[in-house]
Every structure is written in C-alpha cells, then in structure tokens.
Design a protein around this ligand. Sequence first.
Ligand code: ZN
Length: 444
Amino acid sequence: MKDEIISLVQEMIQNRCVNPPGNEMKSIRTIERYLSSFGIVSEIFEPTPDRGNLLATIKGSGEGPSLMFGPGHVDVVPVENEDEWTVPPFEGAFMDGCIWGRGAIDMLYIVACQAAVFAHLHSEGFKPKGDLKLLVVADEENGGELGAKWMVQNHPEKVKVDYLVTEAGGNPIGTNLVSFIYGEKGTAWSRMKFRGVEKHGSTPFKSDNAVVKMAEVIQRISDYQPPRDTSITKPFLKAIGIGGVKLALLNQPRTLGFMLNRLAKRSKGDAALIHSLSQMTWSPNVCRGGVKINTVPGSAILDIDVRILPGQDEEYVRKHFRKALGPLVDDVEIERMKTDEGGAFIMGSLSDANSPFVELMESIVKEIRGPEFTIVPMISSGATDCRFFRQAWNTQAYGFSIHDGSLDMATLLSLFHGTDERVPIKTLEMTAKGYMELARRFLA
Ligand SMILES: [Zn+2]
C-alpha cells in the first residue's frame, strides 16, 4: 500500500491542478483509475468542464453511523517563485525521506492515503455497519463553489454522513501533543462607506472630509475590545502545560488582555493564536479615498477583515461596530462585502471536542506514535470545506492525520502554501494506518 500511496501523491503533484484554473479532472481521473484497478466503480461529477469531484461508497448494513474519508481536495495553490525551491515543485521528487512538491502536504498526501485505505478495505471485503464514503473534490482553495459546496447542494443524499475526517491535524504543538481540528471561525468581511462634501483643497476650514472621518473610524475600530470568550482556548492552554495562576489569568476574559501582552514578549505567534481564538477579530486592511490633491474628498471606502467565533452572527458584528463607532455611526454606511470580492458571509462551526469518536482518534494516535501522546482540540482561524457538512447535517467533522514528528510545528506550518512543500514517507505510513484503524473500529 505504501508504494501505491507514494505514486498517487507523485502523480497528483505532476498533474499540477493549480487553482485557478484548477483542471482538477486530471487528479480525479488518477484516483478513478486507481480505484478501478481494485474493481471499484466511482461516481464522477463534473459541474464545469475539467473540474470535478469523485465519490465512492462501501455500503454499510445500516446498523451504525456513516463515516466519510474527505472531502479531500486535489487543487493546489500557485507557486510564486519556482527558483526558490530546492527541487522543481511539480515533479514529485523523492529526497531525504520525503516527497517534494506543491500540494504534497496540502492535502494530496491525505487524499492518497484515504483512497488507498478505501481501496484495500474494499478488496478485503470489508462489511461496515455504516456506509464508508470517499469524497475527492475540486476548488477548496477558492471557496469550494465547484467542490464540496457543490456536492452538498446538488447531491445531498449522496454525501450526507454522520462523521468525516479530512485535513488538517496531527500537528505537533508541544512535547507529545498533537492537534486535531474540531471547528473553525467564520468570516464576515465588511465594507464601510464614508461621505463628505467635495470642495477646493485650498480652503479646508470646517470642510466635510470623508478621509478624515475614515481615519477616526479606523482608530476607533483598532482601539475597540470585543468581548472575550475563553471556552475554545482553555483546553489548548491546559494541554500545552500552562498551569496555576497563569492559567487562571489566561482563562479570565477580564485578565486575558494583560496576559496576552506579557505572552507576546516571549512568543508573538502563541499570543496571536490565543487572541484570535478567544474573540471576534477585525482588521481594517484596505482603504481608499480622494481623487485629487487639491480637492477635499467626497467619499472614502474601508474594507475590514472580520473573523467571528462559532455562534456569532451578522447582528453580533453590527452591534459591536455600532458600539465601536459611537457618535460616528450616522456618518457611515456599513455593508457586507460582495460575494465576487470574496465576501460571502460564513458562520463559524464546531463539532464535539469530546466524544467516543474523539477518544478513538486518541487511542489510535497513542498506538501509532506512542502511549505518551495526547491529542488536543483546536479550531482553525480560517474557513475549510468542513463547514458545508456541519451546516447541512451537523456532521461531526474533524481534521485528523498523523505526522511522524520529524518536522516541527513552525516548519510544518510554513509548508502550507509555502516553498519546499514536502511530506515525509513515514507520515504517509502513519496516516494511512490511522485511517485504516479508524474505519475498521468505528464502523465495525
Ligand atoms: Zn488544504
């Protein structure tokens, strides 16, 4: 199975399904061919030419919950500068115990492991209680419109499942600790429009200047502290070994700010992570205003990247904008960013952080990595394909894989969308073994 997984990863790297334009059918056909060599018939869906999704099912007896491998995406992000790579990014080279290339870690290795485990379970005549599904999709790197979202909207009866495992997870976050992902924050990108009165720039006294209003609002937004909520960061902090008074202060919404400032002196990255997972964040990132040096601007526009915790909605965002803006609120028009500018509103979502399924994932990690290992619940600060399943059916969706530990957290994270992306062969073996055990035990 190991050699099959390696050659699947290599072939998908060579297929270069860079999104845009994607052309994911190349890698969908790779998986289809592989499965058919085991006598497995897959269903192929092609919402637009050259871009598609694959679904295969091992039918269960109906006596237990269903499980999906995936959605696993085969599209990859572009390579900005090929010269910076140690090896060419689309050859799938083998070096130093790793397969190198764009997509290796995000997330072709998971697709390959899941396809191989699925195929071998099928060929040994696996008879699960609940259905085992394999879903491979296009377009995750650009919002999932033609991939996971399209499948959930157009073929809900085919992809509805109780549980799923996909990217990412298994990242080392401390000695003998690895993460699994059980939720994600939402996105509420917002635009503010400011009006003023145009007049000659040489006589600005008492003028109504749209850019000056925008500047005041930017300052108010930056100074505003939205409510804090430590329910998501609590288990993480405990797991990474923070205890005693320090933990108590970090767990108190009232003292968290003070503690984050202290923590930032030691580790800016940790502080930023805890900050983002304990509150709604907003970052004013684009501003435009004025047209000419000698004219007082009559309009200005400000785009704000807003990220919300699970449970927070658009009304929540508006309420806090109103509070932050105070008396300036009447001078501002606030709207949702347009969908074609990436502005679709996305709620955050969560699955259970504690459940028999989570315990099963942990016992498998202990068997494969060692009894000293513990898994730690984390949520992702950005959106993933899991949200479509959680929203449609409250599917228990987890980022779960097993890294071999040879790459530390910082290196691993730098490989996602980064230079010299690669995956260790041992990670392939451990992840495949993990999925095999998960399916066998959970569906038995
Ligand atoms: Zn990915």
